[in-house]
Design a protein around this ligand. Structure first.
Ligand code: C2E
Ligand code: MG
Ligand code: MG
Ligand code: MG
Length: 287
């Protein structure tokens, strides 16, 4: 009897494995189809000057709404796309769309696009970026590209050369999620970079835990000494915002405290609302 139960158990387990495997294959097939049909869309999360008076940039964030399963998180489908070898198609789509949308925003607002580690393994990315700029008419100085530290593991020399080339074309390079995973402060010194985006895990406990605040302030200080601009990500509360401003610990803030990711047309509307709030009153006379 115990033997048959054991056997049943294994069979059940195998069924479950099969089920999950089939599910995963189905999701991959659906993703392939969605990507081929350009069915992904973008949301944009603004990065504000730390005092909240101005939007300087907005990050393009890919979204996939599955016809049956609903919204699939980008952490999930980006990883799948990387495994499937179709991430470059997503990157191309996001770059083209993001540059196009940026053209509809006030001139001072840049757009930021995430690159996957795979994108930086070969120099094709250079022509994709130039095509996206040429197609939209966007100035290179309004395009930011975000890379993560994991991009640097495989082919550091190739990645370095690609980043240097992009930067020489006046594109801004940001290191994303800084301080997570396999983190090395020496990257900040040796890579061709302009911006450090401090990961939200650094911010989470700064109000309750002074040691976390010290760690954040120290990291920011170091990055600034190296001439880099700072974005703090994932700022959620007013208390966090007050602390960051008190110690002048960031140039830009990206987080729910100011805005979640929004549709492209909201970027212009938000920016106008800020202008109205901060514009001197005599402005109406001039007009
Ligand atoms: P990321 O590049 O670090 O993007 C920031 C993520 O943090 C976004 O999640 C954003 O919605 C979330 N976030 C922003 N403010 C807050 C906050 O105050 N609190 C909290 N808890 N979260 C906040 P999202 O959109 O789910 O994207 C997750 C990740 O997926 C991104 O992290 C990025 O690594 C990846 N991703 C998204 N779009 C693309 C893309 O087009 N290409 C590539 N390669 N990766 C992408
Ligand atoms: Mg990012
Ligand atoms: Mg990030
Ligand atoms: Mg992230």
């Amino acid at each position: 009897e115990s033997k048959s139960r054991l056997k049943g158990g294994i069979t059940g387990f195998e069924h479950e494995m099969d089920g999950r495997y089939i599910e995963q294959q189905k999701l991959k097939a659906d993703l392939r189809e969605a990507v081929a049909a350009n069915a992904l869309h973008l949301m944009f999360q603004p990065m504000f000057k730390a005092d909240g008076t101005r939007i300087e940039c907005a990050e393009a964030l890919a979204r996939w709404v599955h016809p049956e399963k609903g919204s699939i998180p980008p952490d999930v489908f980006i990883r799948l796309a990387e495994e499937m070898g179709i991430i470059s198609q997503i990157t191309r789509f996001v770059l083209f769309k993001a540059c196009e949308e940026c053209m509809n925003w006030p001139d001072h607002i840049a757009v930021s696009v995430n690159l996957s580690a795979r994108d930086l393994r070969d120099a094709d990315i250079l022509s994709v970026v130039s095509d996206a700029l040429a197609h939209s008419g966007l100035e290179a100085s309004r395009l930011h590209l975000e890379i993560t530290e994991s991009s640097l593991i495989d082919e550091p020399a190739v990645v370095r050369a690609i980043l240097a080339e992009l930067r020489s074309r006046d594109i801004t390079i940001a290191i994303d999620d800084f301080g997570t995973g396999f983190s090395s402060l020496s990257y900040l010194d040796t890579l061709p970079l302009d911006i450090v985006k401090i990961d939200r895990s650094f911010v989470r406990n700064i109000v309750e835990d002074t040691r976390r605040l010290k760690l954040l302030r120290g990291t920011v200080h170091l990055a600034r000494e190296l001439g880099l601009k700072i974005v703090v990500e994932g700022v959620e509360t007013h208390e966090q915002l007050v602390l960051l401003n008190k110690y002048r610990s960031t140039d830009l803030i990206q987080g729910y405290v100011f805005s979640p990711p929004v549709p492209s047309k909201e970027i212009g509307i938000l920016s106008q609302a800020l202008n109205r709030r901060t514009a001197p009153r005599r402005r109406s006379k001039v007009a």
